[in-house]
Design a binder for this molecule. Structure first.
Ligand SMILES: *Cc1c(COP(=O)(O)O)cnc(C)c1O
Length: 355
């Protein structure tokens, strides 16, 4: 069992472990740090390439840049904004070391295909499940499906400890390596479990163990995880019901609504819309802002950012990453969002489209 500090840290990591099919779970100081640890544990280093979507948070790429590896960005699928699994094989070279699927909005990437490609080629898979706690793929929990699963408990996520995260590993060997990396390169975790008399410097490491008082704050939410998810799901469904006749498939085709592929159970991390184009999005965001509604857009594709150009490369055609990132905006979504407020947001969007 993980020690990772005190009483509440233990409670949180046992809870995580139980929700991850009994794979070891180590609390970390952030989701970014969980990714940093996973990147290093994956063995990625100078000269290696790592395949990931361009449409993600910088931490996904930073983790591997920090190891000296090169991020190779590929296009996303327009239905989920997740990396397009059909484009992975053509991005693989002899230098490829790992594939990093990001489960955007808590909706699963096509993991069977990704794991099959990785298995075939001997590549590591690191899931950026920062947004995906309590979401699943074909009944299996996201973050537990690959070599390393990385979660975030940042204040913007479904469950928060202010700043924090978790790393999921598989097997005793990986667990021991992760513990050493997390504990300043020492075997202090073993020492605390009474398995050794004194601890020493074993390997490279840093300080990725969060304070127990932050774990106490997280524990107060994990205890009510089902209720928190149910509350968010009802807000998500309320938006869907109130806007579905504006959507592509079911209605007027004024906006695109989120799509949840079969086999994916999401966690209502986010509800987003896609407008026709950037200009319409700018107008809709301004219209909502005038009504006191904050509806931000999301990632600027990494390959077009300063660091992305410096450290990474986009491989293949950018059919959707740029175009769809310019059309996407997020509606207010948080625990305790009232029915009245959700209906107000729906009403203002409908007013914008005159329906
Ligand atoms: C939030 C997030 C991160 C970073 O997590 P932090 O806990 O803020 O460091 C990384 N990747 C994705 C996809 C995220 O949403």
């Amino acid at each position: 069992m993980q020690t990772g500090g005190g009483y509440f840290s233990k409670k949180c990591s046992i809870w995580m472990q139980r929700h991850m099919g009994e794979s070891p779970a180590l609390l970390t100081t952030s989701g970014s740090h969980a990714l940093d640890m996973a990147a290093r544990l994956s063995g990625a280093g100078p000269g290696d390439e790592v395949i990931l979507p361009s449409y993600t948070f910088p931490s996904t790429a930073n983790a591997f840049v920090g190891c000296g590896a090169t991020p190779v960005f590929i296009d996303v699928r327009p239905d989920t904004m997740n990396l397009d699994e059909t484009l992975i094989e053509q991005a693989i070279t002899p230098k490829t070391k790992a594939i990093v699927p990001v489960h955007y909005a808590g909706v699963a990437c096509e993991m069977d295909t990704i794991l099959e490609i990785a298995g075939h080629r001997g590549l590591a898979v690191v899931e950026d499940a920062a947004q995906a706690l309590m979401a699943s793929y074909k009944g299996r929990p996201l973050g537990s499906l690959s070599d390393y699963g990385c979660f975030s408990f940042h204040e913007t996520k479904n469950f928060s400890m202010g700043e924090g995260g978790a790393l999921i590993v598989h097997g005793d060997d990986a667990n021991e390596k992760a513990e050493i990396l997390r504990e300043k390169g020492t075997d202090r975790s073993k020492f605390f479990r009474g398995q050794i008399d004194k601890y020493s410097w074993i390997d490279y490491g840093s300080s990725y163990v969060p304070a127990d008082m932050l774990a106490a704050y997280l524990w107060s939410q994990l205890e009510f995880a089902d209720e928190i998810i149910a509350d968010r799901m009802s807000s998500w469904q309320r938006y869907m019901d109130g806007l579905s006749d504006l959507g592509q498939e079911t209605g007027k085709g004024l906006v695109e609504l989120p799509q949840i592929p079969p086999g994916c159970a999401h966690n209502a991390h986010m509800f987003y819309l896609k407008t026709r184009d950037l200009e319409e999005r700018t107008c809709l965001i301004a219209h909502l802002a005038q009504n006191g509604i904050s509806a931000p857009y999301h990632y600027v594709p990494l390959h077009s950012s300063a660091a992305g150009r410096k450290y990474g490369v986009f491989r293949g055609e950018d059919r959707y990453t740029t175009k769809d990132s310019e059309r996407l905006l997020r509606l207010p979504m948080y625990y305790g969002l009232s029915e009245e407020d959700a209906l107000f947001v729906i009403g203002k969007i409908r007013a914008f489209y005159h329906v």
